[in-house]
Design a binder for this molecule. Structure first.
Ligand SMILES: C[S@@+](CC[C@H](N)C(=O)[O-])C[C@H]1O[C@@H](n2cnc3c(N)ncnc32)[C@H](O)[C@@H]1O
Length: 298
């Protein structure tokens, strides 16, 4: 599958971003790491990559996250994409958490930007970051070590983590669902429900589906094969379908959304779970359930 070279990102944003990025510094950093040896510390050789993940290019990087260069370029680009301020957006999502979680799992943790902030917000908690890319995990682990934070990183599929039932108080995923087909996002939410203890919280940070639906050009800016399918769906509805209660979505700075829910206690109606105090329910009644999408770029 070829990646379109005529996206707004390719033609305009990428050249502009190059001006702000220290390409020589990144190249030096890239060469300073023996990626295969380092990634072997995390690699689970039994993992099988699904087609949606292994055959796509993401953000113009060939082979997507299965290319170590993606791990090096991810943070320098993301800081300009998560406007108005990356840390502020990630912290706003974390501020939605109601309880004091003791075990936290960050699915699709990537280079660990949210994972590190979770550990800083809940220093007593055991925090685990999980990702499909062993190269992203090398980067995440490097950042955690630099920050002096004790975080465990594991190489696994967020759809089927192999972790124990009911073993987490909080499961998070930031910027994951716009990169997975909706059927996969829904399966990940089912897995999150399995992993959480009753009363545990789930927290999803991603692009505002409401805004993306109204501004199709936004979905075409980046080389994101599943962005349009994500935009036509509803994380709110997917969470409800996975059995979460009190599901609430709040928009943040127009382009982001935070969706929060709780795993109901046994015998309790999911809808009777306590809603989050700061949240507004988004009306998703008009949103069609698209099922498995066609990739945006053929
Ligand atoms: C856009 S990055 C987001 C990284 C990070 N959560 C953040 O907020 O910056 C998406 C990440 O999800 C990972 N990913 C995609 N599908 C996955 C799956 N099924 N299981 C685990 N990780 C997955 C990718 O490898 C990539 O690191």
């Amino acid at each position: 599958m070829a990646v379109r070279k005529d996206t707004i990102f390719e033609r305009f944003l990428s050249p502009v971003l190059q001006l702000f990025i220290d390409r020589d510094g990144l190249e030096q950093f890239y060469r300073s790491i023996d990626w295969e040896t380092e990634s072997d510390r995390f690699r689970n050789p039994t993992l099988v990559y699904p087609v949606y993940y292994s055959t796509q290019n993401f953000h113009g990087v060939e082979k997507g996250y299965l290319n170590p260069r993606a791990a090096v370029s991810y943070d320098p680009i993301t800081q300009y994409v998560l406007l108005p301020n990356e840390t502020l957006i990630r912290q706003a999502a974390i501020a939605t958490v109601q309880g004091k979680p003791r075990r936290i799992l960050d699915l699709g943790c990537g280079t660990g930007s949210t994972t590190l902030l979770l550990k800083q917000a809940f220093p007593e908690a055991e925090v685990i970051g999980l990702d499909f890319s062993p190269y992203m995990l090398v980067m995440a682990d490097y950042k955690a070590q630099q920050a002096g934070l004790n975080i465990k990183f594991i190489h696994a599929n967020a759809e089927q983590t192999g972790l124990l039932d009911g073993s987490f108080d909080l499961v998070t995923a930031s910027l994951l669902f716009h990169e997975t087909p909706p059927t996969v996002s829904r399966a990940i939410l089912q897995e999150a429900a399995r992993l959480l203890k009753p009363g545990g919280e789930v927290l999803i940070l991603d692009g505002s589906q409401n805004t993306l639906r109204q501004t199709e050009w936004l979905t075409q800016i980046f080389e994101e094969p599943y962005m349009q399918a994500y935009a036509t769906g509803s994380v709110d509805a997917w969470m409800g379908a996975a059995g979460f209660g009190a599901v609430q979505t709040q928009e943040l700075w127009w382009i982001h959304q935070i969706t929060w829910g709780i795993k109901p206690l046994p015998g309790h109606d999911p809808e009777s779970a306590r809603p989050h105090p700061n949240s507004v329910r988004i009306d998703d009644s008009a949103v069609p359930d698209t099922g498995f999408p066609a990739p945006a770029f053929e």
